[in-house]
Write a protein that binds this ligand. Structure first.
Ligand code: ATP
Ligand code: MG
Length: 412
């Protein structure tokens, strides 16, 4: 900002950086708004790249971080659905620059349209953002219906910020959100994938999930899961998802890695599990029914949210492993243990056990098996063979003839 200023330009810190600093929170990233064109920004910064086909932005690399530097934007080029127009194979950029005030009113929420001015250390506020920030209110700038129509992703951003900041939605901002939810189906699936990661991997997955369900966004974006949740059995499905979200939030708080594959495997587990059981009842083997159910659920989900292939491959492995983890005899246990997806599959199993979906003993067995030495492992496997409990995985499975002889804790 000082370099831009010294070169004779205006430069302001804007967006989440200002908002979070004013709230005493640590900003996730920094955005800068300036009246210098992207080309001028590039001339001023060696460590700079221009990105964006539709609207050009400069990314300046600074102390290991990327600062997004955007030129004040005018009224044109609204829509923001991430698609660019092409003419004769050339991308037509709708770079329409504007004034600071125009730049402010095209932003989404008033609390996101505050500018920090390094010239005099003041905050520039054209939209009443400071007052809203003070009152904990999330208010869309302008006419909410029009702004959601321009870019329906703003409906997701409303929920994400409400969950993250603990703010409440202003009345009209909220009413329009409830009314126009279906517009989300028109958002390109790739953009929805990116937004979902921000929503669920931002450290507030539980609150976000609950708000999304409250505003029926969840049902629109994950219709299969929503339907499976309605078929609630002893409170299990919703418990599992909440545990998965809590687990995600905890891992993020502890700075442990979280993967999109694990998150999506959890989000879609209920419909997969229910469909697999139906297929099994029709005579399919258990492992095959999990695979077929997984494929079908993924195919439907990907029409709404495009999950990249590298993640769906891992999701399938995590799901299939839920059956394999119950088969521990012979060399099987060793084979599963050395599988690259073992850790994720085991974590997934623990979540299911925590939600009462499988016997806790199964998860505990794997915990012990991992920590055991070779001789202890042999003993554990021998014991299993003795008690013939190698397939004591699912609690809610219909009892089979083969197992009818041994006592089952959930069948009276
Ligand atoms: P965070 O980075 O903490 O998620 P943020 O507010 O910085 O929150 P970004 O996605 O980084 O959000 O966007 C930076 C700023 O750009 C926002 O504060 C807002 O002013 C503007 N902005 C982003 N997306 C939109 C949108 N869809 N419509 C209008 N303005 C937007
Ligand atoms: Mg930001």
């Amino acid at each position: 900002m000082y370099r831009l200023k010294d070169a004779g330009y205006e430069a302001y810190l804007v967006g989440g950086g200002v908002r979070d600093l004013l709230l005493g929170r640590e900003p996730k990233d920094f955005d800068v708004a300036t009246n210098a064109t992207p080309e001028r920004v590039r001339e001023l910064f060696r460590n700079c790249r221009l990105i964006g086909r539709r609207f050009r932005l400069a990314h300046v690399y600074f102390r290991g971080e990327i600062i997004e530097v955007a030129t004040f934007r005018g009224h044109h080029g609204e829509g923001g659905n991430g698609e660019s127009e092409t003419r004769n194979g050339m991308v037509v950029r709708d770079n329409v620059y504007g004034t600071l005030e125009e730049d402010a009113v095209r932003r989404d929420f008033t609390v996101n349209a505050l500018y920090y001015n390094i010239q005099d250390y003041s905050i520039v506020d054209y939209t009443g953002g400071l007052e809203d920030l003070h009152n904990g209110v999330l208010r869309l700038i302008g006419d909410p219906r029009q702004r959601y129509r321009e870019d329906p992703v703003r409906m997701l951003r409303a929920v994400r910020f409400a969950a993250k900041l603990g703010f409440r939605l202003e009345k009209e901002t909220e009413a329009a959100l409830i009314e126009l939810g279906e517009l989300l189906t028109g958002v390109p699936p790739a953009r929805l994938f990116d937004e979902m990661l921000k929503m669920f991997l931002g450290g507030q997955a539980v609150a976000t999930f609950e708000l999304m369900r409250h505003y029926n966004q969840f049902g629109i974006l994950f219709p299969q899961t929503e339907k499976a949740l309605e078929r609630e059995e002893q409170g299990f499905p919703i418990t599992f998802l909440l545990h998965a979200m809590e687990n995600t939030d905890r891992r993020i708080a502890e700075q442990k890695p979280v993967t999109p594959a694990f998150l999506y495997a959890a989000l879609l587990w209920e419909p997969v599990r229910q469909l697999a059981r139906e297929l099994e009842a029709e005579g399919m083997s258990r492992i095959q029914s999990l695979q077929v159910a997984g494929d079908r659920v993924l195919e439907r989900q990907r029409r709404i949210i495009s999950i990249p292939r590298r993640f769906t491959l891992q999701m399938r492995e995590i799901w299939a492993a839920q059956e394999r983890l119950t088969q521990r005899t012979g060399k099987r246990a060793y084979r599963i243990l050395s599988h690259p997806r073992f850790r994720a599959s085991y974590d997934f199993l623990l979540l299911r056990a925590q939600s009462g979906e499988v016997e806790p003993e199964l998860g505990e067995w794997w915990t012990r098996f991992q920590g055991a030495d070779e001789q202890q492992r042999q003993e554990m496997l021998a014991k299993l063979k003795g008690s013939r409990q190698q397939r004591s995985g699912s609690r809610r499975r219909r009892p089979r003839k083969r197992q009818a002889a041994r006592p089952n804790p959930t069948t009276p």
